[in-house]
Design a protein around this ligand. Structure first.
Ligand SMILES: [Mg+2]
Length: 188
């Protein structure tokens, strides 16, 4: 199958890094499961300026960027999908140095992946054409893919549990679950 994956929140886990960064930069305790812009600003943990500065530190500073952790199970199940003959395309909003960090981090994890960096605020739909399924942790990124990609999945995290995904995507909770669904779709 032609499988498309988002990077942040599907392959890498930045939420913990953002939480640690907020503590270090501003002395504010924000649990990782709350790390979504609208929640952090909405609950007034940080100002918009602080949030942007934090994002820049996490995504564009090499020494911090490389500290992201792989999402649980990805290093086990993603290579299995590749070995099983599936094609993987990473479609991320990262571009420029942010994209370079993601590519280099992936290589260091032993993942050789094809990346398309569409840039922030840009629809992933053109890059997702021809995919059988796509996985993202951001419901806003999945919405424009309805009718473009047959199977859409929302990777579930604390910061997106409040969103109603029903008419857009199916919620998955782990890489194991995702792997099993892909194998099931593949056999069908
Ligand atoms: Mg993401």
């Amino acid at each position: 199958m032609n499988i498309g994956l988002d990077f942040d929140g599907v392959i890498s886990d930045c939420a913990k890094l953002k939480s640690e960064g907020a503590k270090r930069l501003y002395g504010v305790d924000i649990p990782p499961e709350k790390f979504k812009k609208e929640i952090v600003l909405g609950e007034k943990y940080l100002t918009e300026e602080q949030y942007l500065e934090l994002q820049q530190t996490i995504y564009e500073t090499r020494e911090v960027g490389f500290l992201m952790e792989p999402v649980a199970g990805v290093l086990h199940f993603l290579p299995r999908l590749i070995a099983g003959g599936h094609t993987i395309r990473i479609i991320t909003s990262r571009d420029g140095e942010k994209l370079n960090i993601a590519k280099e981090w992936s290589s260091r994890q032993g993942l050789e992946l094809d990346f398309i960096g569409v840039g922030g605020g840009t629809s992933k739909a053109p890059a997702a054409a021809g995919l059988d399924l796509f996985v993202d942790d951001d419901l806003d990124k999945l919405e424009p893919l309805v009718g473009v990609v047959p199977h859409l999945f929302l990777f579930s995290w604390g910061y997106n549990t409040h969103l109603a995904e029903k008419n857009i995507a199916r919620r998955i909770h782990s890489w194991e679950e995702l792997h099993n669904i892909i194998e099931m779709l593949h056999r069908a």
